[in-house]
Design a protein around this ligand. Structure first.
Ligand code: CA
Length: 218
C-alpha cells in the first residue's frame, strides 16, 4: 500500500512515517506542493496525506489541480488551521477527509483505514488475461479457475503489469510501485518476483525487454 505524505514539518513528517511503517504502508514523503503535484501526475499512490500550509504551492492548490486532472486518489488533508472555512475549502477542493493538528496518531491510522476501505469498495473491474483473473477489490487471483495465493509484492507486480498490457514498464517504475523511493531493495528483487510469477502462471506471461523493463503482451 503506497502512500504519499506531503508535509513540510520535519518532526511531524518523520513521526508519521515512523508510525505508518509497521502497518505495512510504503510511505513516500515530500515536503513541498510543487514536487507533490509532479509526483502525483507521474506515479500512482493508493492514498495521499496532504498538509495545507506548504512551500512552493499550498496544499489546496495541489488538491484542486489533482482533481482538475481527474485523479481520484483518496486525499486526507492535514492542517493546523481549524477554522471552519478552511475545512470547507479543503472538502470543496476534493479532500476525502480532514484532520486538524495536533492529532493522535491512532486517529490518523483509523482514518486511513476507513479511507482505504471506501476506496477499495468502489467498483473496480477484475482484470482478465489468458486464464488469469485478478480482482483488485477482493485481491483474489485465479488461474484457470483455481485460486492462487500471491505474496503482497507479487500481487502488486502482477496488478501493475496486467493493468496495461502491451506497454513496457520500466524497472524504475515497477520498483517504485512495489517499494516506494527509499525502501532498501535487493538489486535483483524484481527479477525474483518476475521469476515466481512466471512459474506460478506460465513462462511467456512476462516478457523481459532487455535494459528497459518488463512487458505483458497485448
Ligand atoms: Ca505546513
Amino acid at each position: 500500500m503506497r502512500i504519499l505524505l506531503v508535509e513540510d514539518d520535519q518532526a511531524l513528517g518523520e513521526g508519521i512515517r515512523t508510525a505508518l511503517k509497521p502497518e505495512g504502508y510504503t510511505v513516500d514523503w515530500l515536503q513541498d506542493g510543487a514536487s507533490a503535484l509532479h509526483a502525483l501526475s507521474h506515479e500512482s499512490f493508493e492514498l495521499v496525506i496532504l498538509d495545507l500550509g506548504l512551500p512552493r504551492m499550498d496544499g489546496l492548490q495541489v488538491l484542486k489541480q489533482l482533481r482538475a486532472a481527474a485523479n481520484p486518489v483518496p486525499v486526507l488533508v492535514l492542517t493546523a488551521r481549524d477554522a471552519t472555512s478552511d475545512r470547507i475549502a479543503g472538502l470543496d477542493a476534493g479532500a476525502d477527509d480532514y484532520l486538524v493538528k495536533p492529532f493522535d496518531v491512532a486517529e490518523l491510522k483509523a482514518r486511513l483505514r476507513a479511507l482505504l476501505r471506501r476506496s477499495f469498495q468502489r467498483p473496480q473491474p477484475a482484470l482478465e488475461y489468458r486464464g488469469i483473473s485478478l480482482d483488485p477489490a477482493s485481491q483474489v487471483v485465479e488461474y484457470q479457475g483455481q485460486s492462487i495465493n500471491l505474496p503482497r509484492k507479487e500481487f502488486l507486480l502482477l496488478h501493475e503489469l496486467l493493468i496495461q498490457p502491451g506497454r513496457v514498464l520500466t524497472r524504475d517504475k515497477l520498483q517504485q510501485a512495489l517499494y516506494g523511493w527509499d525502501e532498501d531493495v535487493e538489486s535483483n528483487a524484481l527479477e525474483v518476483h518476475v521469476h515466481h510469477l512466471r512459474k506460478k502462471f506460465f513462462p511467456e506471461l512476462i516478457r523481459t525487454v532487455r535494459g528497459v523493463g518488463y512487458l505483458v503482451d497485448k
